[in-house]
Design a protein. Structure first.
Length: 222
């Protein structure tokens, strides 16, 4: 993968330009395992192969920009999700601007589920009918287990239809079925859900922002 003529990586100005680049980048950079390092401990993640643009985007941001280093777990929703990839520093906005303004196409919405330990991408719910992902922010799902009766009620409440695989999954492993087909699930936690659980216990303000910063680093993991 060649860099731009200036010697720097491209600054994308459109979703299509980013996707085209990432498809090529992904073919040449097949890594799928990453490690999140925190003061609470490490979280090992496997990225799925059936979300190739999202996988390539994560690897690109980690390898070429070290983007996530110095970002935080900036949102903690107890028993729901912990979300990372942002902070309140102006320097991060400048880093994002340098990489470019783009979103990622939704992938595998109907086949990757929000089970306990699933890793998925954040997205805007405003003017986003295609459910495109924010390229910089992701979350680790917690959720809970449900009885079949509870899942039936959830289907009615959220106007969703769960298949037999989902019913089995959410009644045994647990998770957040109402998020299925709303966000792209890009991977799963292989090791470190105990760390996720500890982070999920921290105190937050009313906006679910932790009262104490939780900085992270993300590296490739063999």
């Amino acid at each position: 993968m060649e860099k731009a003529k200036s010697g720097a990586y491209p600054t994308w100005e459109s979703d299509s330009a980013a996707q085209a680049y990432l498809e090529l980048y992904g073919a040449e950079n097949p890594e799928r395992k990453i490690r999140i390092k925190t003061d609470f401990g490490d979280i090992d993640i496997e990225l799925y192969s059936n979300t190739p643009v999202h996988r390539a985007n994560m690897i690109y941001l980690i390898k070429e920009h070290q983007y996530f280093n110095g970002t935080w777990f900036h949102r903690v929703s107890k028993d729901h999700v912990i979300q990372a990839g942002n902070n309140d520093e102006y320097s991060l906005k400048k880093r994002r601007d340098k990489i470019g303004k783009y979103e990622l196409p939704a992938e595998a919405l109907g086949s990757n589920y929000h089970s306990y330990g699933a890793v998925a991408m954040a997205r805007s719910y405003s003017n986003n009918p295609e459910k495109k992902s924010d390229p910089f922010e992701f979350y680790i799902n917690l959720g809970k287990t449900y009885s079949e009766a509870q899942l039936k009620l959830m289907e009615e409440e959220y106007d969703i239809s769960l298949n037999a695989e989902q019913v089995q999954l959410y009644s045994s492993v647990g998770g957040s079925p109402h998020l299925d087909q709303e966000h792209t699930v890009i991977g799963r936690v292989l090791k470190g859900m105990d760390v996720v659980e500890e982070i999920a216990k921290v105190e937050t303000d009313q906006g679910e922002w932790p009262l104490k910063n939780i900085p992270i680093q993300i590296i490739l993991n063999k």
